[in-house]
Design a protein around this ligand. Structure first.
Ligand code: SF4
Length: 361
């Protein structure tokens, strides 16, 4: 295996700008709260963080997440500051009254290049998950407004028991709206993500195979905490077929809604893992391998983030694929590597096996 391209620096830095949010989503990673915490990084501390990030040879993409980052009244100043230093900025706002056309123009003019908006289901499913009446129509409006404002828009969908059969319809909806990137998040049982919402291994496998099919329609398909989709990509690419009643239903719905595909697959053959191309900084400045892996490895208020990323023993083991259990001996460990966050959530071992993968039965 050639040298890991992310040994020296991450591709993506997630920064939890605040934990405050107007919504109370049932699967919220941040377990968001109503008002801002006095412990959040200040404007000046955030700017110091951006300066630290410029020490990496390749400027990482900074994803400003939350909570709802628009609750911070300095958000445009911070986007400008990061962009000025050459850091590409993406923002993940919650859909609320703050995300209006004026706010979108300001975000764009401040330098936000990318935006993600969450859509977890059609109408009532989305509103049940987001816990707010009327938020479905507001979300559709926000997606259209962001595209009009000229921001590169990604739609995020968290896959759960309550929505996975709607995936073909969500795909068709965003395709028709002109969305170019669809990011599917596979649940980790942390924050408000409860055991009852999570899928079985067979359901995950069916969803991965459905996403493989959906990747042939010219929308960029990305996943979070589902690296074993790269195993599915390899297996299907080598001609291995997959059959199950759930997959059959998802596949048939896709073909009925979209017709036969005409492009090549947009799935990436390689990708990132928590600590391997990704790093997460919480609202207090504490550094973690990823947003769903609650093992602190440093603090931007006191530590050099480049040193933490390069020298953390845990991150070095993740990047070297020094895993335990099946993921350690799996022939797909370099393409995939399993979700480190899910291994920790289930087994208390961030180097353990990913229990969502069907190879770990
Ligand atoms: S066993 Fe682990 S490394 Fe292998 S495909 Fe499954 S999750 Fe990936």
């Amino acid at each position: 295996m050639s040298k890991n391209p992310y040994n020296d620096g991450p591709l993506i830095v997630f920064w939890e700008t605040t934990k405050a949010c107007e919504l109370k989503c049932i699967h919220c990673r941040a377990s968001a709260i109503e008002s801002r915490s006095p412990e959040e990084l200040t404007t000046e501390e955030a700017k110091r963080l951006f300066n630290q990030l410029t020490k990496f040879a390749r400027p990482p993409v900074v994803i400003m997440t939350g909570g709802n980052p628009l609750i911070r009244d300095d958000i445009n100043e911070l986007i400008k500051s990061a962009s000025y230093l050459g850091l590409p900025v993406a923002i993940s706002p919650a859909v609320s009254a703050r995300l209006n056309p004026d706010a979108l123009i300001k975000l764009k003019n401040s330098g936000a290049k990318f935006m993600s908006i969450s859509l977890d289901g059609l109408s009532s499913t989305h509103e049940t998950i987001r816990n707010v009446n009327g938020v479905y129509q507001e979300t559709i409006k926000a997606i259209n407004n962001a595209i009009k404002a000229g921001i590169i828009l990604q739609v995020n969908t968290a896959v759960m028991k309550v929505n996975y059969l709607e995936l073909p319809k969500i795909f068709k909806l965003i395709y028709d709206m002109g969305v170019k990137v669809w990011e599917i998040f596979f649940l980790i049982q942390t924050g408000r993500g409860s055991e009852l919402l999570d899928l079985t291994q067979e359901e995950y496998e069916a969803v991965c195979n459905f996403l493989y099919d959906a990747s042939y329609y010219n929308i960029q398909i990305r996943t979070i905490e589902c690296p074993f989709i790269r195993r599915v990509l390899k297996e299907r690419g080598e001609g291995k077929s997959y059959a199950s009643p759930i997959y059959k239903r998802l596949h048939e719905d896709l073909i009925e809604l979209m017709g036969k595909p005409s492009s090549s697959s947009t799935l990436g053959k390689s990708g990132t893992l928590d600590g391997d191309g990704i790093i997460f900084i919480d609202h207090k400045g504490v550094i973690y391998p990823g947003g769903f892996l609650p093992l602190p490895i440093g603090d931007v208020r006191h530590d050099d983030i480049a040193k933490v990323y390069r020298e953390s023993p845990l991150l070095k083991n993740i990047r070297a694929r020094a895993f335990n259990g099946n993921c350690g001996s799996c022939k797909f460990k370099w393409e995939c590597g399993g979700s480190r966050a899910r291994a920790f959530a289930y087994f208390g071992d961030p180097l353990g096996s990913d229990p969502a993968c069907i190879l770990n039965a």
